[in-house]
Write a protein that binds this ligand. Structure first.
Ligand code: SF4
Length: 337
């Protein structure tokens, strides 16, 4: 694997140039469940705005979420912000250098902690991200879906056993690169893989069967009604609670955010959209009150509901489907940060 790293390992990704604990940490969090090519522009914009862990700790959470807009899994951004504050106040702006301490920080699990310690500090810690799990499940024919705790424990055992104490960061990087570029899920390139001779899945012609998949369950459909109310150049938006779906982002108010629902005759359907989360489909119907009925509903005494100028929508962090809907409705052009 080290030979593979020397010859073919990625060494010029933005977070690998002038590597620091901060750059490794930000990239590792962004790369969770997200591909490298998607992450690169987000990473570059993020680092341009928040150049250090101190700058990130000082930033407003809304600004951090705006930089995360479209990347999904927004708890990552909220944890990143909370973690930066803790690193600055409790660890003098350096990440702690033991696994026990580093995984006590918000949003840092054992694999991300191992990646920061091995890649930034050259410490001998193993990792087990999605790519490494796939490689190990194939090479050692590990049965079962790796979201299962027992399967995950088995994979951790293997990862720790084979992770070398020297050049650990290079080895971990090589495993991630192999999983991302060669041992991919649907079409592994076994003929150019450095592990071909050791790989049981390849030797037994079982690469299609491994890793075992999670048994698919039909995911439910959730239907919601959202309100699009515009007063002159202003629009009513609801800031979602910090945890849960779209946490901390600005969305259209759902009917549950209003104390009185509009009388059916006084509303018109403005549009509909669908979105799929990992555990349910969302079908949203967007309604608008008719002009002379706008005061039929009352807004709950809720400080998280606010009128925003339509011209300023580009500055707010919005969930992707809401953003698409509003940008289309108000003919707003996409602007990058
Ligand atoms: S030989 Fe094929 S299946 Fe096995 S690790 Fe390499 S690419 Fe993956």
């Amino acid at each position: 694997m080290l030979g593979f790293y020397d010859l073919q390992g990625r060494k010029d990704l933005p977070w690998q140039l002038n590597k620091t604990d901060y750059s490794v940490w930000v990239s590792e969090i962004m790369l969770q469940q997200t591909q490298v090519k998607t992450v690169i522009p987000y990473y570059l914009r993020f680092m341009q705005s928040f150049k250090s862990v101190e700058a990130l700790a000082d930033a407003h959470i809304d600004d951090v979420l705006k930089h995360w807009e479209g990347l999904g899994y927004y708890s990552r951004a909220r944890n990143l912000h909370a973690c930066a504050k803790q690193v600055v106040t409790q660890f003098n702006s350096r990440f702690p250098q033991t696994l026990t301490e580093i995984i006590s920080l918000p949003g840092i699990g054992e694999s991300t902690g191992g990646a920061i310690l091995s890649l930034a500090y050259r410490l001998p810690e193993a990792i087990l991200d999605g790519n490494v799990k796939r490689v190990l499940a194939r090479v050692f024919l590990v049965d079962g879906w790796y979201g299962n705790a027992k399967v995950s424990q088995e994979l951790w055992k293997i990862s720790r056993k084979y992770t070398p104490n020297k050049r650990t960061g290079d080895f971990n990087q090589a495993m991630m690169d192999l999983g991302a570029g060669i041992c991919n899920r649907s079409n592994p390139q076994c003929e150019i893989c450095p592990l071909t001779k050791h790989c049981e899945a390849k030797q037994k012609n079982l690469t299609k069967e491994y890793p075992h998949r999670k048994q698919k369950k039909a995911i439910p459909m959730k239907e919601v009604t959202m309100l699009l109310d515009a007063k002159g150049s202003k629009i009513l938006l609801h800031k979602r609670p910090p945890s849960g779906i779209w946490g901390g982002l600005w969305s259209l108010p759902e009917q549950t955010n209003l104390s009185h629902q509009s009388n059916q005759k006084s509303i018109k359907i403005t549009g509909q959209f669908k979105h799929t989360f990992s555990h349910y489909h969302l079908k949203a119907t967007v309604i608008s009150p008719s002009k002379n009925q706008q005061k039929n509903y009352q807004i709950e005494d809720n400080s998280e509901l606010a009128w925003h100028n339509v011209n300023e929508l580009t500055k707010l962090a919005l969930p992707t489907p809401i953003k698409k809907f509003l940008y289309k409705h108000f003919a707003i052009k996409e602007e990058r940060l």
